[in-house]
Write a protein that binds this ligand. Structure first.
Ligand SMILES: *Cc1c(COP(=O)(O)O)cnc(C)c1O
Length: 341
């Protein structure tokens, strides 16, 4: 057997829990409230390649995100775009700097590029010190700095003025600002992409727009950067169905505001109930809650009862990430937890 290259040889496949479930709270999905499921598949010319430039979708995104169409490149989920940037910029042995814990795919993409992900620890409460990030960037001169805001899995949110402080200090690295969850109430930095030539913001329709199955994500950056990266983008990298329905969902973006407000209310209610069940709950600005509990078997116990959450053990300590569901789903979770505990 011919082996994969050394930098990726020992990677484990991304784990997706494929068991039957009643309630799915393990992948930060939301309900689909923007598309008429029945209408799927009309109007797609299956024999014709999709628009390689995704012109219509990018124009709609530009309207929604408040930037120019030429500031946007769309991809097969924003993961695809994160991969493109890391692999486009990193030579073998370059370093990439990010906080930990954070989105696990950053490391996989670094490994694919042969780059080294340097992880800067968070505080005990999972807040982070941007000054440490700035100092570390000065010290190791990474090719890329990745800031996930709000952070997955912790939900920790960095205020915009602090992100700006980092942007003002880190000039010699590309800065990927992963805003997959910013729609849930944080302040986006998309408006800064023309001011900072090294800033690339990642956005997605997978979370607040409830379109995870369609894989519509994008990067937003200055035009020169888009043009540079266009040369390594696969042609037709976003299929016609996703382009079409992504556009339709953006037409209804006014409904997103109400939806994210609803999620925030459910999140705080759920957090209060989890606290009452002896969970340590970390503050979150996203559609999930990061928690700690002294029971180590909650993932397995809930799984048996048809409820999927994400377990994230760190050392001997059991942390869990729970996506905020609908009112009914959250109630089912709490009821089952009450029985287990
Ligand atoms: C979900 C997620 C993404 C991207 O999701 P796509 O479906 O690929 O757009 C990116 N970053 C973080 C931190 C996420 O949690």
């Amino acid at each position: 057997m011919i082996e994969l290259k050394r930098s990726v040889r020992n990677l484990k496949p991304y784990f997706v829990n494929q068991v039957p479930y009643r309630v799915k709270m393990d992948a930060n999905e939301t309900k689909n409230y923007l598309l008429d499921q029945e209408a799927l598949f009309e109007k797609i010319e299956a024999n014709i390649y999709p628009d390689s430039d995704a012109t219509v979708l990018r124009q709609k995104m530009a309207d929604y995100y408040g930037c120019g169409q030429n500031n946007i490149m769309v991809g097969n989920g924003s993961s695809d775009m994160i991969n493109l940037v890391i692999n486009g910029f990193c030579e073998t042995d370059d370093s990439v700097l990010s906080f930990t814990p954070s989105f696990s795919m950053y490391e996989t993409y670094c490994d694919m590029a042969g780059a080294r992900l340097v992880k800067l620890g968070s505080n005990g409460d999972f807040s982070v010190e941007l000054d440490e990030l700035i100092d570390k960037a000065r010290e190791i001169m990474p090719k890329i700095v990745i800031i996930c805001n709000p952070n997955n899995p912790t939900g920790y949110y960095i205020e915009k003025k602090d992100v700006i402080r980092a942007l003002d200090q880190i000039k010699d690295s590309i800065i990927i600002l992963d805003e997959a969850y910013i729609d849930f109430g944080g302040e986006s930095c998309v408006d800064l992409v023309d001011q900072y030539e090294n800033l690339i913001v990642m956005r997605t329709l997978s979370k607040a727009f409830g379109l995870a199955a369609l894989r519509v994500g994008c990067m937003i950056t200055n035009e020169a950067m888009v043009n540079k990266l266009w040369a390594i983008k696969s042609p037709y990298n976003l299929n016609a169905i996703s382009q079409y329905y992504g556009t339709m969902a953006l037409d209804r973006s006014s409904e997103v505001t109400a939806f994210v407000e609803e999620i925030a209310i459910h999140r705080e209610k759920l957090a209060a109930k989890l606290k009452a069940l002896d969970f340590e709950v970390y503050p979150s600005k996203a559609n999930f809650i990061f928690v700690k509990h002294n029971r180590h078997d909650l993932f397995e116990q809930l799984c048996e009862r048809g409820i999927l959450i994400r377990k994230m053990p760190m050392g001997q300590v059991s942390y869990y990430r729970i996506s905020v569901g609908t009112l009914e789903e959250n109630e089912i979770l709490i009821k089952e937890l009450e029985e287990i505990l």
